[in-house]
Design a protein around this ligand. Structure first.
Ligand SMILES: C[S@@+](CC[C@H](N)C(=O)[O-])C[C@H]1O[C@@H](n2cnc3c(N)ncnc32)[C@H](O)[C@@H]1O
Length: 275
């Protein structure tokens, strides 16, 4: 898979706009999310980019700018935002965000690119039937919340589509446990990795087993974090030191976007049936 030739220009524009919106992602993570989204947008056929958890729209503005600049894929509105904007989870920042969200999109005339659902992911899932090319999960970070988002929406990922969880390498139990157990542990997914705190994987229902060993290696390292983030553990004292030591063993450096895109095509060296 290759990134579009003008990815760097578009990503820079998308980050400039996103940076003006209050939010929880820094430049490197937004750029990594944009690289994931550019790969997903390049897939043929239909499929939405679904964002669960938009807050004031930082990542939404980035994704919508990317989609508009790269050309919209086939099908209905490509970017779907799902957020009740009422901070329903104990892991939320605790501020209503809908007015700021709509203003951020309007500032760059992006409202027409985004299908906004002012509802929880569970409410939208009751009628959701559409294919998904990128599932970006950044909503309720509790274990029950992250698990529900995965269970309700991952079945709609198209082959080759991408799933990404924000804050897998942060002090929340939900994203990392679901990523390790349900994504890295499943042969329905192929290449996978961490980009800073983002855990990502490609849906490969036909040949995901070719990445089995690579995913297991990653899962073994990341699994050391699981007991350290399980409530009632806290990010302080001795537990914090142990968390940092375990984190240092999990590869999560963000590579050049082009190298990352290439990893979506080729199985790791030595994998069974490598070309
Ligand atoms: C960390 S913020 C998202 C940050 C955003 N992606 C950004 O770039 O700034 C988490 C958001 O998830 C939303 N949220 C919490 N539970 C949710 C649920 N069950 N369904 C959808 N959104 C949810 C909250 O309202 C909050 O705005």
């Amino acid at each position: 898979m290759r990134l579009p030739a003008d990815f760097d220009r578009v990503a820079a524009l998308a980050w400039r706009r996103a940076a003006a919106v209050p939010g929880f992602m820094g430049a490197a993570e937004v750029r990594a999310l944009l690289a994931l989204a550019a790969c997903a947008l390049a897939l043929p056929g239909e499929g939405a980019v679904v964002e669960i958890g938009s807050f004031k729209g930082r990542s939404t503005v980035g994704l919508a700018t990317l989609a508009r600049e790269l050309g919209l894929p086939a099908g209905p509105c490509p970017i779907v935002s799902i957020d009740p904007h009422t901070s329903p989870s104990p892991t939320d920042p605790g501020v209503a965000s809908f007015e700021a969200f709509t203003a951020a999109l309007a500032a760059h005339e992006l409202s027409g690119v985004v299908e906004a659902h002012r509802a929880t992911s569970a409410e939208v899932a009751r009628t959701w039937r559409r294919p998904i090319r990128l599932l970006w999960i950044d909503g309720d970070h509790t274990l029950a919340g992250a698990r529900a988002d995965f269970d309700l929406y991952a079945p709609f990922l198209v082959p080759g589509g991408l799933i990404a969880f924000h804050d897998t390498l942060h002090f929340f139990e939900g994203p990392i446990r679901v990523f390790v157990e349900q994504v890295l542990g499943s042969d329905r997914f192929g290449p996978a990795g961490f980009l800073h705190t983002i855990g990502w994987a490609q849906s490969r229902p036909e040949d995901g087993a070719r990445w089995h060993a690579a995913r297991r290696r990653l899962a073994r390292r990341a699994a050391r974090l699981l007991p350290l983030v399980a409530p009632p553990r806290r990010f302080s004292g001795w537990n914090r030191l142990r968390y940092k030591a375990a984190l240092a063993l999990v590869p999560h450096r963000i590579p050049a976007p082009a190298a990352f895109a290439a990893a979506l095509t080729e199985p790791p060296p030595g994998a069974p049936n490598s070309p």
